[in-house]
Design a binder for this molecule. Structure first.
Ligand code: ISE
Length: 336
């Protein structure tokens, strides 16, 4: 069976996912496209999916009986409505982060999915599919002994002028929020943020860097440095300290060189390149489950918990240095 997919939002990631489905992955075909700019949708149709139909709205695409499953890649503020419409139509839906722009919105999606009685939503938290994080989880489960601490860093070389302090949580740290819940099989109970002096490349509306400390229900303390003007590269670091040893997230593969009297190892600079392989794996996973009318992988519950934690972290930024308690709502059986 070939799964017929409709893609809503044909900007950078929507175009790239369309390319993946058409040229790289097995078992699916893009049959419908939609974007607030119909020109953008038509450009992707011409370049990658000549047999796809272009729909005036995302809602129309979801309702089309040619569409079996939906990819939501549009701007974040539109996600909630599209995901709810897909659930209502009983169609599996892959949604890029954020699942919704508020925790309440994400909860509405959880409620709708629970009412539908089966998993239909996969959230685009692709780090869970990265081979490095998969190996790290394996080491944490099998080698290090029970985790006690995590030290991590999320560094971007630079960010645009519109990037302001809360975005370091909602746009950047959200990946760590999700991947550490998964890595440690744990939930967060508190968040605290401290700020060193801001770096010279920052500006009035961005306090950069910052250090977020999360404590989990099992008592693990996670320290993450978020530094989005680090200049030298896109660098994701993580080490897990356990009862018996320490496990490190592998560095991306790079050629080591002895050159010009230096021992060198290239560092990536663009975040789009860092987890590129994991996008293939996550979408293939979506296609496999959607062909059976369901979804696996990061769930709307995970999207909701990420939103709850993001809100707490932003509150912790405002409360500089004070811990904010995170309350964990009861997890519906659908997500156990
Ligand atoms: C971006 O949206 C991402 O997803 C990247 O992983 C992150 O590093 C970057 O800061 C975000 O803007």
């Amino acid at each position: 069976m070939t799964l017929k997919i409709g893609v809503i939002g044909t900007g950078m990631i929507g175009r790239d996912h369309t390319r993946r489905i058409q040229n790289v992955l097995a078992g699916a075909q893009v049959v419908a496209l939609s974007d607030y700019s119909s020109e953008a949708a038509k450009a992707v149709q011409a370049d990658l999916a000549p047999d796809a139909t272009v729909h005036a709205t995302g809602q129309e695409l979801i309702a089309a009986n040619t569409v079996d499953a939906v990819l939501v890649c549009s701007t974040g503020s539109t996600h909630e409505d599209y995901v709810l419409a897909a659930i209502e139509a009983g169609k599996p839906v892959f949604c890029e982060k954020p699942l919704a722009t508020t925790a309440e919105g994400a909860k509405r999606i959880v409620d709708a999915e629970v009412a539908a009685g089966k998993r239909l939503v996969q959230v685009g938290f692709m780090r869970r599919y990265d081979s490095g994080y998969v190996a790290l989880k394996d080491a944490v489960v099998n080698n290090t002994g029970a985790p006690i601490m995590v030290h991590a860093a999320h560094r971007n070389p630079a960010v645009p002028e519109q990037y302001v302090t809360p975005m370091a949580i909602h746009d950047t740290f959200v990946h760590e929020i999700d991947v550490f819940r998964w890595l440690l099989d744990d939930d967060y109970v508190s968040a605290r943020v401290t700020f060193p002096r801001s770096c010279a490349a920052s500006h009035a509306k961005l306090r950069d860097p910052q250090i977020v400390t999360l404590t989990t229900a099992k008592g693990v303390v996670i320290n993450t440095e978020i530094y989005v003007n680090c200049k030298y590269g896109y660098d994701i670091q993580c080490q897990v300290v356990g009862e018996d040893g320490v496990a490190y997230l592998p560095e991306p593969q790079a050629i080591k060189m002895r050159l010009g009297a230096k021992f060198q190892n290239e560092i990536l600079t663009d975040w789009k390149d860092r987890f590129v392989a994991s996008y293939d794996v996550e979408l293939q996973d979506f296609i496999k489950a959607a062909a059976e009318g369901t979804a696996t992988g990061p769930s709307s519950w995970d999207g909701y918990m990420a939103a709850v934690t993001c809100d707490a972290c932003v509150e912790a930024q405002e409360a500089e240095g004070s811990a904010i308690i995170i309350s964990n709502p009861e997890r519906p059986a659908l997500y156990n």
